[in-house]
Design a binder for this molecule. Structure first.
Ligand code: SF4
Length: 880
């Protein structure tokens, strides 16, 4: 029996500890690490399914040059030569790196050092620009440093937790579970500020469905109220802050119009403001709904202003709290992975800091100014200013706004390098050189979570194929460009030592990020490193909170109130519907990993468009049909989800589906590259679109043992199922003849048995192809969305042994017979429990989450589905 390896989950910024036990057959069993202070043994549905995502079938296993297999030396020589030649001919700003919050800190450090110290440009930006750049900018404006003041324990010690633009239940599930447990213990009140009624909002005392983008007005109104209600902490403000008058002047400008700007009734505002004013222990958690906005930095500062005014910062149960999306967004910030940062939380615009870092690195070509932020970077690729680009561990062809422009830019770029774990993404399709990177379970290094806690990611298996760690790939290119001495690390521990030493260099308490205690860490100590919170200066106290007694990192050590003038959201003359984008519970980014898991894919198996019933009616879109969302940039198709919890005038689409999993559902292709003027973060939740029905002549649902080469439909969405794949399909025109169409799709072999059923009157057609007792493929066709076909039942067919001709024929019914239950759409991923099973349990008197858990086990492992179970119980019993 192998010993579990203590490592960290590679998904969200909660940073949960994982015990990974590799099996002799290459499988991996995972469990939550009970000793990790982020999760104390809990894992969400994504973390629990990590073992299903480590297979090799989608991996990039060896270097490639122009789609032919290449040796490492040849590929690395080419990358170094092309970058050197581009710099020699066009200058250092003609090259760029676009990196990722998926990188480990050591990888990030190496990439940043190479670009900013040795290539002479700061053209390195990261997909964290899309995630939390506005929080970084807001922190720096208010605190003089990019500091998250609090800890996760604050959510458990608060009496009021305000969640702003954060669907914590789905996007940071373990933190949400910790919050719910605290609520159970101490009666924590939860307020959710979000245009959508999300699963998180369903579990809150108060939901404020404000107008999209009106958060600044809401918090300006709160600041004004706190000042007038006598909630100001006079002592804290006098001793530790400056700029209050200007901030209050800005807040008062439109204070009378807060109800109109936010769309919230005055009594709702009064209730929230009174609750905040009267609760000393309050934490305001904010996430993508705040950051991904053209006014994101102002939103962050409007929130921080309220905490500074009340002195509710850095104390147990009190403070503003940015939670990051990615596993190592914080580590990236620490090494300076953003184009407008220097390493170790130093400012690139500060000449003294540049000199310090330059001396420390012995750098021959220090960048002298900030580089291009993500949106501008890809525009520079598009117009030819950037001629050589290296993309590491991310998929900008799908995740960037103006995604089709990004695709065109890469197609036209003279030299594109992609290092990744996945062979086929919409981005790798444009690479001249592909470099196979080590994946989770193979990588060795550290990550930092949202509460400044640094944890080890440890390997428990050898790298797949010829994959190599990202830091090694970067160092090998650096050596070939003549910088060998500065990149001569023998492993990640050496990089971590250097990173820690730089954090302490010339610091003396002037910078928040200091982990100098680890600047001499040895290999064994690094291997055994326990999770720790920074700061960790040499000889000083480790971890804890910042700013309870001031000590901000501005020149006068005072925090700054930042005036944040509110305005209405200008709508212009374009499409009227707002397109909000975000995550679903069980998928991560562009699904290169979670998409490999059948049970994660079962929760949401296709892209969807969530809309208010009135918007659906106005557009003529019926629930369960397909909807087209479009604007001048293009169109996306998704299943229509009609929900009264959606805000009128606002649509929601998930970000995860790419050209690899669906025909036309790349939602960021519809989003303009409008950015926050301070942070450069794009407004990914503020697209402008129209809505119409997809003119489907037919709908289909299919299951396939092997991935079909093509799905032959205008709309298709393909997902993993146990034993194969499942697909939703639709098209605007009927084929000439259904049997020929199906045969062209699945290529039957002579030994296969093809069963078919046709009902000309109802235009329904069903096909099932068997290889002996095993199903090869099946397809159910009809003029409507096929509600009568059980997706769960059909997908289970891929794992079923069909012993008799009768069994095989009965499968064509598309649903179980009366003797067998149909579990319906999956709610609990861990135990694969469906809606119908839960509804049945509720119907037989199990009307609490616990009782449903006892009956079905649903919700008893990771807990991620508990909000949905609660919603089903409430819907059935009317107990809202
Ligand atoms: Fe991973 Fe889930 Fe923990 Fe996030 S909450 S780190 S996705 S297990």
């Amino acid at each position: 029996m192998n010993v579990p390896v203590r490592t960290t989950c590679p998904y969200c910024g909660v940073g949960c500890g994982v015990l990974a036990t590799p099996g002799p057959d290459g499988s991996v069993t995972v469990a939550g690490d009970p000793e990790h202070p982020a999760n104390f043994g809990r894992l969400c549905s994504k973390g629990s399914a990590l073992g299903e995502t480590v297979g090799l079938e989608e991996r990039l296993l060896h270097p490639e040059i122009d789609e032919r297999r290449a040796a490492w030396d040849e590929a690395l020589d080419l990358v170094a030569a092309r970058f050197a030649a581009t710099i020699a001919e066009h200058g250092p700003d003609a090259v760029a790196f676009y990196v990722s919050g998926q990188l480990l800190t050591e990888d990030y450090y190496a990439a940043n050092k190479l670009m900013k110290g040795f290539l002479g440009s700061a053209n390195i930006d990261t997909n964290s620009r899309l995630c939390m750049a506005s929080s970084v900018a807001g922190h720096r404006r208010a605190f003089g440093s990019d500091t998250v003041p609090g800890t996760y324990e604050d959510l458990e010690e608060a009496d009021l937790v305000v969640l702003v633009g954060s669907n914590l239940a789905w996007c940071h599930p373990v933190l949400y579970q910790r919050l719910l447990a605290a609520k159970e213990r101490r009666g924590t009140r939860i307020v959710v500020v979000d245009p959508r009624r999300t699963n998180t909002a369903d579990g809150a005392e108060l939901h404020l469905p404000l107008r999209p983008g009106s958060d600044v007005a809401l918090f300006n109104g709160l600041l004004n109220h706190l000042a007038e209600a006598g909630a100001m902490n006079q002592d804290f403000v006098r001793r530790h802050t400056s700029g209050l008058d200007a901030a209050l002047d800005a807040a008062r400008l439109l204070a009378d119009g807060t109800a109109e700007l936010t769309g919230l009734p005055q009594e709702t505002l009064d209730g929230f403001y009174g609750l905040f004013a009267g609760t000393p222990r309050v934490v305001t958690v904010y996430s993508q709904g705040v950051n991904q906005s053209a006014t994101g930095t102002d939103k962050v500062n409007a929130i921080i202003n309220c905490h500074l005014l009340t002195g509710r910062i850095g104390r147990p149960g009190a403070g503003p709290f940015s939670v990051t999306g990615q596993p190592n967004a914080m580590g990236g910030r620490e090494v300076g992975g953003l184009a407008n940062q220097l390493a170790a939380h130093m400012a690139i615009e500060d000449a003294d800091a540049r000199n310090l870092v330059g001396r420390f690195w012995n750098a021959p070509h220090m960048a002298e100014r900030a580089g291009l932020k993500a949106v501008d970077l890809f525009r520079a690729v598009g117009d030819g200013r950037v001629k050589a680009l290296w993309i590491m561990a991310t998929n900008p062809v799908d995740s960037m706004p103006e995604a089709d422009d990004v695709r065109a830019a890469l197609a036209a770029c003279p030299f594109v390098v992609v290092s990744d774990i996945a062979r086929h993404t919409d981005t790798t399709a444009h690479a001249h050189v592909l470099l196979p990177a080590a994946g989770w379970g193979e990588k060795d290094g550290t990550v930092t979570n949202s509460e400044r806690r640094i944890s080890r990611q440890r390997p428990f298996r050898a790298p797949a194929g010829e994959a190599r760690p990202d830091w090694w790939i970067i160092a090998e290119v650096a050596k070939r460009m003549g910088f060998g001495e500065a990149f001569a690390w023998d492993g990640p521990a050496a990089i971590f030592r250097e990173h820690a030493a730089l954090s302490a260099a010339g610091n003396d308490g002037t910078r928040d990020f200091d982990i100098g205690a680890y600047s001499g860490i040895g290999e064994a100590e690094y291997d055994a490193l326990e999770p720790f919170q920074w700061p960790a200066p040499a000889g000083g106290p480790v971890g804890g909170r910042f700013f309870a007694e001031g000590g901000f990192f501005t020149p006068d050590r005072r925090a700054r109130f930042v005036p944040t003038p509110a305005s209405g959201t200008p709508r212009g003359t374009g499409p009227r519907l707002v397109l909000n984008t975000g995550r679903v519970r069980d998928h991560w980014h562009t699904m290169t990993r979670t998409g490999l898991s059948p049970r994660l894919s079962a929760h949401m198996a296709e892209p969807y468009v969530e809309m208010h019933p009135e918007d659906a009616a106005a557009a003529g879109v019926a629930a369960g049909t397909l909807a087209v969302v479009e604007n001048r940039r293009g169109m996306a198709i998704g299943r229509a989800v009609v929900d009264s919890g959606a805000q009128r005038g606002s649509l929601f689409m998930p970000i995860h589906w790419t050209g690899q999993q669906a025909s036309r559902s790349r939602v960021d292709a519809l989003v303009d590259g409008v950015t926050d003027p301070v942070s450069g973060q794009p407004a990914l939740k503020d697209g402008r679109v129209t809505l119409r029905p997809f003119p489907a002549a037919w709908y289909g649902f299919g299951v396939f043992r092997d991935r079909p080469a093509t799905l032959r439909a205008d709309y298709w969405a393909l997902a993993r199922a146990r034993g194969g794949f499942r697909a939703e399909l639709a098209a605007a025109a009927l084929p000439t003849e259904w049997r020929a169409w199906f045969e062209a799709l699945v290529s039957p072999q002579p030994e296969h048995e093809l069963l078919a059923f046709h009902d000309a009157a109802t235009e329904r057609h069903r096909f099932a192809l068997f290889d002996g007792e095993r199903l090869v493929a099946a397809l159910f066709i009809g003029p409507d969305p096929l509600d009568g076909v059980s997706r769960s039942f059909a997908a289970q067919g891929l794992e079923t042994t069909f012993s008799t001709a009768g069994d095989r024929m009965r499968f064509l019914a598309g649903r179980p017979g009366s003797a067998a239950p149909d579990r319906g759409p999956i709610v609990c991923s861990c135990f694969e429990v469906g809606t119908n099973q839960i509804a049945s349990a509720i119907g037989s008197g199990r009307v609490t989450i616990e009782a449903v858990g006892v009956a079905l086990r649903a919700g008893t492992n990771c807990g991620s589905c508990r909000p949905e179970i609660r919603k089903l119980i409430a819907a059935a019993t009317g107990a809202f």
